[in-house]
Design a protein. Structure first.
Length: 377
């Protein structure tokens, strides 16, 4: 769903995790020769070691070099949303959304879903900023480590500027849409670690202890809020209230599964364990096969195979809600690909023809906006 909005792929073959394994010589290693060899060996064994706190606290640069474009894109509003991202708010507006439990870490849906208590991101958010605990005296719960939850917060904006000036772009040989940072944010030649001390007076007083611990231990803690592989999942919603997606699923009349192959993440169990009807949206039958492998595909389950935008538009049409998506509050957030799909849909169905010119206007604006980031690529 997020790759459709233009965010580079990480997990799939050829994605940034996979390509990073071929970039070991481009990463920056810290410390003496022995420390640098140890860091490289960890990455050779598993590139995702860079996404563990064990590795990050001694070398935060690999993490930041892998995700420079992702961080800056979120901070600068590079990406718009797909129809799949705005669909939950349309459900909420019609009193049909109990909870959006998302494995995505980009936070795009947070731009449109108004009731933050309905947003649960167990794997954290790149659009949040945290200071991970480095000492047993520090609390590791989500609220205690969170510096901010909004990329428009001055603290996050300061962080974005620090990434621009201190982290080199290891993907400069790729296209902008495949991981390279926008031409708007030139890369320094050498990476330098980002510390809490660099935030100066913007750093909240309650993080002064964390800053001092960083200095004393000569370790690093500040990063986006995506959950490290060796850390526990978030257990609260976007309002910092306790959230149990599994118990909430028991109250649901339906569970919709979209944008995931159900490949083994903990949150996948919401779909696997649901007793109510499940509706799966996907291009392939991978999520259906996953459900079958963990239990059974029941007679009241439904598989809507095909392009996500088109299938969601079918649902909106049948529910009598299609006209709602033409509200400016949705159209202004949609990416060019989804806007184009919307025009194609209403043209093919010969419905809502009076909205074509309006959507075309948004397409023109979005095309011009994209050129700002991508030039003519």
């Amino acid at each position: 769903m997020s790759t459709a909005a233009g965010i580079p792929d990480f997990r799939s073959p050829g994605g940034l995790y996979g390509s990073s394994a071929a970039l070991l010589d481009r990463f920056t290693y810290l410390g003496d020769a022995a420390a640098q060899r140890r860091q490289r060996t960890m990455l050779e064994r598993d590139i995702k070691a860079a996404l563990t706190l064990e590795y990050f606290r001694m070398n935060p640069l690999t993490y930041h070099e892998m995700r420079r474009g992702f961080i800056l894109g979120i901070g600068e509003g590079q990406w718009k949303l797909s129809i799949g991202h705005v669909f939950p708010q349309i459900l909420a507006a019609n009193n049909k959304l109990l909870l959006l439990a998302s494995q995505n870490i980009d936070g795009l849906d947070h731009k449109v879903v108004q009731d933050k208590s309905k947003l649960y991101n167990p794997h954290g958010l790149m659009s949040a900023l945290v200071s991970e605990p480095l000492d047993m005296s520090q609390s590791g719960d989500q609220e205690s480590i969170t510096l901010c939850m909004n990329p428009k917060d001055p603290i996050y904006m300061r962080y974005v500027e620090l990434v621009k000036s201190n982290i080199k772009d290891i993907y400069q040989d790729r296209k902008h849409r495949q991981g390279r940072s926008s031409h708007l944010w030139p890369s320094p030649e050498v990476s330098k670690p980002i510390t809490l001390d660099m935030f100066g007076d913007l750093l909240p007083p309650r993080f002064h202890k964390a800053r001092d611990i960083e200095k004393r231990k000569q370790e690093y803690s500040v990063k986006p809020g995506s959950v490290m592989f060796d850390r526990t999942l978030w257990t609260t919603n976007a309002n910092h209230e306790r959230c149990n997606a599994f118990s909430m699923a028991e109250q649901a009349d339906m569970v919709m599964v979209m944008g995931t192959s159900l490949s083994g993440l903990t949150i996948d169990n919401v779909a696997h364990e649901a007793r109510c009807p499940r509706v799966v949206f996907d291009m392939t039958d991978a999520p259906v096969n996953s459900i079958n492998s963990r239990g059974e595909w029941r007679h009241h389950d439904c598989f809507m195979q095909g392009a996500l935008d088109g299938n969601i538009l079918d649902v909106l049409k049948e529910m009598g809600w299609l006209d709602q998506i033409f509200d400016d509050s949705y159209l202004e957030h949609l990416c060019r690909q989804s806007l184009t799909a919307l025009v194609g849909y209403i043209t093919d169905k010969r419905i809502c023809q009076d909205q074509v010119a309006k959507v075309q206007g948004f397409i023109e604006k979005e095309t011009a906006r994209e050129k700002h980031f991508y030039r003519d690529e």
